[in-house]
Write a protein that binds this ligand. Structure first.
Ligand SMILES: [Zn+2]
Length: 504
């Protein structure tokens, strides 16, 4: 009996979450998926509509070529196998936001299958398998309130109806809320790199649903999965993380109490920080999928796939590897720089700009400190102002010139930081600010020598200590000279001359 209890306790401690994510991404096209209505966000409700996207009888859908190409590009970037013959299917269900009573989607032959996205968890790479990438049309949007006024009826806006929507589904490979966060960050980064979507969660162009179950070690050993719930209404990465954390706890508590987890769809209530039951889960069978008779099957030739592959830019993980090998950056710096395409572009454009002013053998030595300046000083100032790199008032070329001056010891680090502050405010050239404020580094032997003489005279105690063998006393004297020069004296020269004057 005692043994049995012990066993059970161990099992409870070892509940393992199993998470799969479904991400819906609105593709960057000018027109909708099956009609020519515009896709602009924020238009007056029900102005971007036509008989096709409002489900009028007698109309026929025509597939948007650009949307199909963006989908294939995404599938290729995720390393998916592309189905050479792909078909659309009707997913039948009744809901007020779906005027046709079916959604054109993909079921048996999605565009892409069996891909992978590598994520980074505490410095270790983990592969999250991608089950499928398929294209469908978005639904209309129901409004239950206007501003803060709750309505006792619902309004419908069909502007969103028929927007091209790409669904990217993972295998249940994610085992913690942190991994889910990392996956979503990596996926959004990739989609922005290949420019298929702006991935703006606030505008609803990047949406996530999560499937989650927990299992004990015995089940994990046999590969069995627990009963899962699906969480919807996750409107931010933080909401995904919070909701998963909440749901893991809820399911474990349920199982610990000897109860079963009910298979159901849940809504995340962000304000109250908990999940709420929405409906018990309908199985895929309920949708009565069948091939869409109004659209022909898609056949992709090898040529088209090669062409689309050729249009893909360097992907984040490839770029990171190149930054490490080409610029000798640390793994950390390369990781931060390639975390957003804009930041990586900024870095490379600065390095290229510096090539003109730095001799070829020095440009490698420049890349590292420049990466450092971008990742700390620049990013710090951007974050403090709530700005993005795209809206940065300091051009990459100007920052590069500033860092070149630091590398060539024309100005000190501290002076450069002051100059950067000014550049942020005014967007001016660093040379101009330095000249105007008289901030150039003092590298004149005579001038430095004069400063040192004064400091020696004013600081007899550390001078005595140094001469008596206490070598650390030099630091205080160097500091005093730097202070006297307003931070402009060349520190190396100060060190050298000071040692000579003090006799070794
Ligand atoms: Zn339309």
């Amino acid at each position: 009996m005692r043994n049995k209890t012990l066993n059970m306790d161990t099992k409870i401690a070892e509940y393992q979450p199993v998470i799969g994510l479904e991400v819906h991404v609105q593709l960057k096209t000018n027109s909708k998926m099956f009609c020519s209505c515009p896709t602009v966000f924020g238009a007056i409700p029900n102005t971007n509509i036509c008989p096709v996207c409002t489900g009028q009888p007698g109309v026929l859908p025509v597939a948007n070529r650009k949307a199909v190409e963006l989908s294939i590009k995404t599938a290729l970037a995720l390393g998916c196998t592309i189905n050479n013959l792909s078909i659309f299917a009707r997913k039948n269900y009744f809901y007020p936001d779906l005027p046709k009573n079916y959604q054109i989607s993909q079921y048996e032959s999605p565009f892409g299958m069996d891909g992978v996205l590598e994520i980074d968890i505490h410095g270790k790479a983990k592969k999250i398998r991608i089950k499928r990438v398929h294209l469908e049309e978005d639904t209309g949007k129901l409004l239950h309130s206007i501003g803060s006024t709750e309505l006792d009826y619902s309004l419908i806006d069909f502007n969103r109806s028929g927007l091209p929507l790409l669904e990217i589904v993972t295998e249940p490979d994610i085992t913690s809320p942190e991994e889910a966060w990392s996956y979503l960050t990596g996926l959004r980064n990739l989609l922005r790199y290949i420019d298929v979507s702006d991935c703006d969660m606030e505008k609803g162009s990047f949406r996530c649903d999560a499937n989650i179950s927990v299992r004990d070690s015995a089940m994990a050993d046999t590969g069995k999965l627990g009963i899962k719930t699906e969480i919807k209404n996750l409107n931010s990465f933080k909401a995904v993380k919070d909701a998963l954390g909440y749901e893991i706890n809820r399911q474990v508590k349920q199982l610990k109490a000897g109860k079963e987890v009910v298979q159901e769809t849940l809504l995340w209530n962000d304000r109250q920080g908990r999940t709420e039951s929405m409906r018990t889960k309908e199985s895929a069978h309920d949708y009565r999928y069948f091939p869409e008779p109004d659209l022909p099957p898609f056949e992709f030739s090898g040529n088209l796939l090669e062409k689309l592959k050729g249009e893909l830019p360097e992907l984040p993980h490839q770029r990171k590897k190149r930054f490490i090998s080409e610029y000798l950056l640390t793994d950390y710096d390369a990781d931060v720089l390639t975390s957003a395409k804009g930041l990586a572009d900024y870095f490379e454009s600065g390095v290229n700009a510096a090539k003109d002013s730095v001799p070829p053998d020095a440009s490698l030595k420049f890349a590292k400190p420049f990466a450092n300046w971008v990742n700390t000083e620049l990013t710090g100032r951007l974050n403090a102002r709530g700005q993005t790199i795209e809206g940065c008032s300091v051009s990459a070329g100007y920052l590069a010139r500033l860092v070149v001056m630091v590398c060539e010891e024309k100005i000190s680090n501290n002076i450069a930081k002051q100059v950067l502050d000014d550049m942020f405010e005014t967007g001016r050239k660093p040379e101009e600010i330095i000249r105007e404020k008289g901030l150039t580094q003092i590298s004149d032997e005579k001038e430095i020598s004069g400063l040192i003489d004064k400091v020696i005279e004013e600081n007899p105690i550390p001078v005595e200590e140094y001469r008596g063998g206490k070598k650390q006393a030099l630091g205080a004297l160097v500091g005093a000279v730097m202070k006297k020069s307003g931070g402009r004296a060349n520190p190396q020269m100060v060190n050298r001359i000071l040692r000579t004057k003090l006799g070794g």
